[in-house]
Design a protein around this ligand. Structure first.
Ligand SMILES: [Zn+2]
Ligand SMILES: [Zn+2]
Length: 178
């Protein structure tokens, strides 16, 4: 903590000198710096990426540590952005497949799931993730986007999904009122 503080202090002193030298206001200096960094990154994207990648391969612990540190000190933010990202992916995929249950038109997001039309979901999950465990929906959705929304998927609510599963591939809704 103390070290962090010292580092920051040192940095801002140096930055402060530079800022004065360039006769810029605080925000001007910050904007300039950001713009310079972005331009530099854009110009040397490949080199920088390769360097970081190589460094990461040489010092995996360093990166693991700093990532963990970031996660720990931004827990709420980290998990919230992760959640937001997952929701974004989920909504994108659901929307593509019509946004409601193909069978009964249920549209409450929490009730919906992507269904393998050919009932080969277990096999697919196993290929994709090495197991057929529950979860992994997010990875499946990413896969669907990456593969340009194959027509072999549809959106079903959990009721219709299970109904179909237990009725040999036909949702009981389809049998009419009994
Ligand atoms: Zn349904
Ligand atoms: Zn149904």
């Amino acid at each position: 903590m103390k070290q962090e503080f010292l580092k920051q202090k040192q940095y801002s002193k140096k930055a402060e000198a530079k800022r004065k030298e360039l006769m810029l206001t605080d925000s001007e200096y910050r904007e300039n710096r950001l713009a310079w960094r972005r331009a530099n990154y854009a110009k040397n994207k490949e080199t920088i990426r390769a360097a970081v990648k190589a460094d990461r391969a040489d010092n995996p612990d360093k990166y693991r540590k700093s990532e963990k540190k970031y996660r720990d000190s931004n827990k709420d933010k980290y998990y919230e952005s992760k959640r937001e990202y997952r929701n974004f992916i989920r909504n994108k995929v659901f929307k593509h497949y019509g946004g409601k249950c193909k069978c009964c038109a249920e549209s409450t997001v929490e009730f919906l799931a992507i269904d393998h039309k050919n009932r080969d979901g277990a096999k697919h999950r196993k290929e994709l993730m090495g197991s057929n465990e529950a979860g992994g929906s997010h990875r499946m959705r990413l896969w669907i986007i990456k593969n340009n929304f194959p027509k072999t998927f549809q959106l079903l609510c959990h009721n219709c999904n299970i109904g179909r599963e237990r009725n040999n591939g036909v949702c009981p809704h389809k049998l009419g009122k009994r």
